[in-house]
Design a protein around this ligand. Structure first.
Ligand code: MF3
Ligand code: CO
Length: 252
């Protein structure tokens, strides 16, 4: 069932979204060579709690951490660890927070120090693919219009689309209907209405799209061990167009 949020719910979701956005801004200066990813996780947990929210991922279906931190060939659901980020890594940080029962969800891929031109290309165009999707999040469109625009943009830039994981509705549950795949046909899928909130989250690779699940049973990695990028925003659909609840281009 796809829920339509009331004005009161939208106010709470705006707060949840802004806490997620602020957590990204708080962490960003620390995403430097030498920091342990587990330290970023602890900092995020403390920060989210200091805002009167709770980390949605921690305990979600048994996920053990506040953040999903996915380095290089890890696509999503990476475990924070004793690993120290090093110059040239790219790291996706996926942040979910719950405020008064409502969730916000946003992922961003960051460069650690100086990175390769290929990785810059991957990150730039994965972010742009997200915004191509957001542009389609308008009343009267269908989910397939979002999915198709992300896929077409990725294909035009010779990037691979990870198909096993999809965007989703967001509300009192972190994952709600509808599924929002990063591939599909225009004009297909559920109709978009004002008051729906969805997370749009392209996960793109250098062409080979196949992935596997790590031994920890959570972390998704590319089969060919090439790097992947992940950009995600929680978006409210309104009569006046999409409203990004978790920030804007400034996140990067
Ligand atoms: N942003 C992630 C997603 O939508 C949240 C994962 S939470 C986890 O898939 F607990 F499943 F890791
Ligand atoms: Co999500």
């Amino acid at each position: 069932m796809i829920t339509i949020k009331s004005d009161r719910e939208i106010e709470l979701m705006k707060i949840a979204g802004s806490i997620v956005y602020e957590t990204h801004q708080y962490l960003k200066p620390y995403v430097k060579p030498g920091i342990k990813t587990i330290d970023l996780d602890r900092m995020a947990e403390d920060f989210i709690k200091s805002k009167g929210a709770t980390p949605s991922c921690k305990g979600y279906e048994g996920f053990p951490y506040t953040l999903c931190i996915s380095v290089n060939d890890e696509v999503v659901h990476g475990f924070p660890s004793e690993y120290k980020l090093k110059e040239g890594d790219i790291v996706s940080i996926d942040i979910c927070a719950c405020y008064k029962g409502y969730h916000g969800d946003s992922a961003w891929t960051y460069a650690v120090g100086k990175i390769s031109d290929d990785d810059k290309y991957l990150m730039k165009h994965t972010e742009k693919a997200l915004y191509e999707g957001i542009k389609q999040a308008v009343v009267g469109n269908r989910v397939g219009d979002i999915s198709n625009s992300v896929e077409v943009y990725a294909r035009e830039h010779n990037l691979g689309v990870v198909k096993e994981l999809v965007g989703h509705g967001v509300g009192t549950n972190l994952h709600e209907d509808p599924n929002v795949p990063n591939y599909g046909e225009k004009g297909k899928g559920p109709l978009l209405k004002a008051g729906m909130v969805i997370a749009i989250e392209p996960m793109l690779t250098f062409g080979d799209e196949s992935i596997y699940v790590d031994d920890n049973e959570w972390t998704i990695k590319t089969d060919d061990e090439s790097n992947a990028a992940h950009f995600e925003h929680t978006v409210l659909i309104t009569e006046n167009g999409p409203v990004c609840l978790t920030g804007d281009e400034k996140n990067g």
